[in-house]
Ligand binder design. Structure first.
Ligand SMILES: *[C@@H]1O[C@H](CO)[C@@H](O)[C@H](O)[C@H]1NC(C)=O
Ligand SMILES: *[C@@H]1O[C@H](CO)[C@@H](O)[C@H](O)[C@H]1NC(C)=O
Ligand SMILES: *[C@@H]1O[C@H](CO)[C@@H](O)[C@H](O)[C@H]1NC(C)=O
Ligand SMILES: [Zn+2]
Length: 302
């Protein structure tokens, strides 16, 4: 085993090569350099919809602050994902987050597949969606995200499944065109200052599924309170296709696709909802059942 300091130097010297989504430094090998990746509260997970989810009445709703105000957004290709760094004062609070705290919005990034059949990290009844968006927030009681990511109550990640529909999503238009300017790793591009965080959200974003887990990338820190929303972001086929045009390094190498981690075991964790599925199944769970139908190729909307 390499001494810890050697690992750190390696990570600093070649950040992009230190882990990846396939081959010798793929997910099966992450735990070699990042031991937490082998722990038992890891993400992503399959959401066992079939078994029924427990409604936790204490969760309530998440409150969004500054999502419709001007914040500076810069898009980066970091070799693992398309990441939007948020510079501003957007935050979430409530929603059963640890100690009812306020969590600052830090960055948004995406996971997607090489085609429309898969791409999301989380699954519902083992079924995947073409894309998943993560909005990463850190607990305002910590100085910055680097400190917070090592604390059990450090991060709150909001996850949204991306579903393919006929029409372009205008809220994503600026991001989609900026993707064309960050094809190589380390490329960055400021988004127009009219781009709002609220434009990335589905119209409805009240109902979520809650569990405690980890970062889905090394170092896999078990610091994340996950909120997985039942309503999807709706993107056109061609908008999703733009993500697949990025490169892991540059045009001499692979396209950046299938950047999702395999499903992790739930172990003894609880998965809860902030809504009552049985009382409201037609509306509350429709998007999730539609997801299952989509994934098995049925054109049926439940
Ligand atoms: C965020 O809030 C801090 C403190 O209130 C303020 O100094 C800073 O200018 C704000 N940043 C933006 C981008 O609004
Ligand atoms: C985060 O805060 C810690 C503690 O003050 C500091 O050592 C570190 O340099 C900061 N990191 C960043 C990226 O600002
Ligand atoms: C946004 O950009 C426009 C055009 O570049 C500029 O005139 C305006 O001052 C900017 N607004 C903010 C809030 O930065
Ligand atoms: Zn992610």
């Amino acid at each position: 085993m390499l001494p810890h300091v050697a690992v750190c130097l390696l990570v600093l010297a070649v950040p992009i090569a230190s882990w990846s989504y396939k081959g010798d430094d793929g997910p099966q090998h992450w735990a070699g350099h990042f031991p937490t990746c082998a722990h038992h509260h890891q993400s992503p997970i399959n959401i066992p919809l079939k078994k029924g989810l427990h409604h936790d009445t204490s969760l309530g709703h998440l409150d969004f602050h500054g999502y419709a105000s001007n914040v500076a957004l810069k898009l980066w290709n970091n070799g693992h994902t398309a990441k939007i760094v948020i510079d501003g004062n957007a935050s979430v609070s409530g929603g059963g987050l640890p100690h009812g705290g306020k969590y600052w919005a830090s960055q948004i990034h995406f996971h997607w597949g090489k085609d429309d059949k898969m791409g999301s990290e989380h699954a519902v009844n083992e079924n995947k969606m073409p894309l998943e968006m993560h909005v990463v927030h850190y607990n305002s009681k910590y100085e910055n995200i680097s400190v917070a990511m090592h604390e059990p109550d450090g991060l709150a990640v909001l996850a949204f499944f991306g579903e393919i529909v006929e029409h372009d999503n205008e809220g994503f238009a600026a991001l989609i065109s900026a993707l064309q300017k960050v094809k190589n790793a380390h490329d960055g591009q400021q988004l127009p200052n009219s781009t709002l965080l609220s434009g990335f959200m589905p119209k409805e974003h009240n109902k979520f599924i809650r569990y405690k887990g980890s970062l889905t990338t090394p170092p896999c820190s078990e610091s994340v309170t996950w909120s997985i929303f039942t309503d999807h972001i709706l993107l056109s086929k061609s908008q999703v296709a733009e993500f697949r045009k990025l490169y892991v390094t540059d045009s001499t190498g692979d396209h950046l696709v299938d950047n999702f981690r395999p499903l992790q075991q739930l172990h003894e964790r609880h998965v809860t909802t902030n809504f009552k599925p049985s009382e409201n199944s037609a509306t509350a769970l429709a998007p999730l059942y539609a997801l299952v139908a989509f994934s098995i190729g049925l054109k049926v909307w439940v």
